[in-house]
Design a protein around this ligand. Structure first.
Ligand SMILES: Nc1ncnc2c1ncn2[C@@H]1O[C@H](COP(=O)(O)OP(=O)(O)OP(=O)(O)O)[C@@H](O)[C@H]1O
Length: 599
């Protein structure tokens, strides 16, 4: 329960709506209470006048008596109707305030969680599954809404109703009150347990359903692999098995559900019978009137739903508390990568220095860089070459502070990057990642993602520089072409070039290209490299690659192996070393570079 305290700030934000909701609840209940009171009066009137009516033998008088009595009944009927309408109207207002408030809180909470996710660093996302993040922001937030909305609403309704009705009942007869209320707690406890079982079963079904969804999703995404390995039947069997489990669980839930309503009706029926039986005895004793008995029967019916809701609300609150606990767990995580209090926004010219940098990935313990040193002057172009897993991408990650090194320092223009505001740092370094990610949006918007204010001409220029403009204009809808789920309508090379265009559009002084030409053919690669040559004239550029770009005159080429530099120099200097670089160059020249890359 203590976890739910985190939600109090939202109740404070919407306090007026909340208080108004409580007021409407109370008014609605007060109007509904008039119904049993009116019924009691009608019954009492009937009882009192029935004997007199029996004694009247004159037909005319009997007629007049009946007419008068009908008029009184109609009057009571109208009053009951009016009060019922008023009660209903305030119930409508109650829902409009409290339930609407819960929707506002759900909206705020969802945005807060999403905003918090955005602020967390990469390590957090590596440590938690996407499914987990998704379910917290959707299912957990929805469950919490059930607490701030329906649970609060039904609890206040139940409390106000219980206080008023029990007071009225005690006024009439304490003994009968005890008998009448006796089965109701049993009803509440039963509902709580049945709800608990239903919830457990529903959870299981939900988990199975998301399992089925992931199987289906994965098989659609991997349909090419499934077909090429002729695994359709196996995939179908796998899906069948998951579906069968889901069906069995659903049938079991339907059985429990089917018992729910009859069990409730039985409990309520028992309560009414008990009231009529004990009340009837009291009427015969003359302790209460027939009207009181009728009034009690209505009270029992009125209390049924609130009592039922206690069990329901209790399990709802329990679930909401568990969900809020999960949300709090994430909301309390603070990013490791954040601005230091004295961090400044600077204009980056492009000088880069890594001094004795060692970095180990925190969640795997893999050391990717060891005592690494590198110095780049503003405007220099540097190639980083090395085997797979050598630590090349890690170097790029450290430059944009996706991680901080455990040892050593990374400097930009002589300033430790931990002293530069994160936003300022990342805004001024363009990083084209190795793994392309395109959004399900138009090509324009995907490129413009780097600079949302860029005009169309600038977007087209970036596309031209990335050698993708021609391809785009050949699409029926040109730059407006929508990229399907994960860019399925594009080839690997096209996706890479759109990603490069996005990086170029940003146009800062420092550019990092992380092996982003691997899926383009040699001719296009040449074209892009020659475009880049002009584009990068006055910029600092780090080009991570597996291939040697002879067209490009690098100021420095570093060869990485196992997290450290093993060769460093210009093209000529490295060739004369006759080491890894010279070997790779020789193989590339003879068209064998693929062998080298795989080694
Ligand atoms: N996010 C990560 N979490 C944990 N370990 C990682 C992560 N990324 C890389 N590594 C590990 O760090 C080491 C260096 O990886 P890195 O991606 O920097 O190599 P790379 O030289 O860029 O390789 P490639 O050429 O294949 O892209 C590898 O052993 C890799 O397994």
């Amino acid at each position: 329960m203590k976890h739910l305290a985190a939600l109090n700030k939202y109740f404070i934000t919407y306090k007026w709506r909340f208080l108004l909701g409580l007021l409407f609840t109370a008014i609605s209940i007060v109007f509904s209470i008039f119904q049993p009171i009116m019924v009691r009066q009608i019954f009492d009137l009937l009882e009192q006048n029935l004997n007199t009516y029996g004694l009247v033998s004159d037909t005319k008088l009997r007629g007049a008596f009946r007419n008068d009595f009908t008029a009184v009944l109609a009057f009571y009927g109208i009053i009951i109707l009016v009060f019922a309408l008023l009660s209903g109207f305030f119930m409508f207002l109650q829902r409009q305030t409290l339930v609407v408030m819960s929707r506002f809180i759900e909206y705020d909470l969802k945005n807060d969680v999403y905003e918090h996710y955005q602020r967390l660093d990469l390590n957090f996302f590596k440590m938690h599954r996407t499914g987990d993040l998704m379910s917290r922001i959707t299912e957990d937030v929805s469950r919490v809404r059930m607490y701030v909305g329906p649970a609060v609403m039904y609890t206040t309704r139940t409390l106000i109703m219980l206080v008023i009705i029990v007071y009225l009942m005690l006024e009439v007869n304490p003994m009968l009150t005890l008998y009448t209320l006796f089965p109701l707690p049993i009803l509440a406890i039963t509902i709580y347990y049945v709800n608990h079982i239903i919830h457990q079963k529903s959870e299981r079904i939900q988990a199975q359903l998301s399992g089925i969804t992931s199987i289906a999703q994965e098989s659609y995404s991997g349909i090419r692999v499934i077909k090429s390995y002729v695994q359709e039947d196996n995939t179908v069997n796998f899906f069948d098995k998951a579906s069968e489990d889901y069906k069995q669980s659903s049938i079991s839930l339907a059985k429990t559900d089917a018992m729910y309503q009859p069990a409730m009706a039985l409990m309520i029926g028992l309560s009414v019978i008990l009231t009529i039986f004990t009340g009837g005895l009291q009427v015969m004793n003359g302790t209460i009137t027939v009207g009181n008995l009728a009034e009690f029967v209505i009270y029992v019916n009125m209390l049924t739903f609130p009592i039922f809701s206690i069990g329901w609300v209790a399990s709802m609150v329990q679930r909401a508390a568990a969900s809020q606990q999960r949300l709090n767990e994430f909301l309390q995580i603070r990013p490791d990568i954040k601005d230091s209090p004295d961090a400044q926004a600077v204009i980056i010219k492009g000088g880069i220095r890594l001094e004795n940098v060692s970095f180990t990935y925190p969640h795997t313990g893999i050391t990717a860089l060891k005592h690494f040193n590198l110095s780049i002057q503003p405007g220099q172009k540097v190639a980083v070459i090395g085997r797979t897993g050598a630590g090349k991408s890690t170097l790029a990650q450290l430059l944009i502070r996706m991680y901080d090194p455990q040892e050593g320092r990374v400097e930009i223009d002589g300033l430790d990057i931990r002293g530069i505001k994160l936003e300022s740092l990342r805004e001024q370094i363009s990083y084209v990642p190795q793994d392309v990610f395109l959004f399900s949006d138009s090509i324009t918007n995907n490129i413009r993602f780097a600079r949302p204010d860029a005009d169309m001409e600038t977007v087209k220029r970036a596309a031209r520089q990335a050698s993708i403009e021609k391809d785009i204009t050949q699409f029926r809808e040109g730059f407006d072409t929508m990229i399907g789920e994960r860019g399925v309508t594009l080839s690997g090379g096209q996706k890479q070039r759109i990603s490069i265009a996005r990086g170029l559009l940003k146009d800062p002084n420092v550019m990092v290209f992380d092996d982003c030409l691997s899926a383009v053919d040699a001719k296009t690669e040449k074209e892009i490299i020659s475009n880049l040559y002009d584009y990068l004239q006055h910029k600092t550029a780090i080009i991570i690659t597996h291939r040697i770009f002879t067209l490009f005159e690098f100021d420095k080429i570093v060869v990485l192996d196992e997290g450290a530099i093993v060769e460093e120099g210009t093209h000529e200097e490295l060739l004369s070393l006759n080491g890894y670089y010279a070997n790779l160059y020789a193989r590339q020249q003879s068209g064998e570079e693929d062998i080298v890359m795989a080694s």
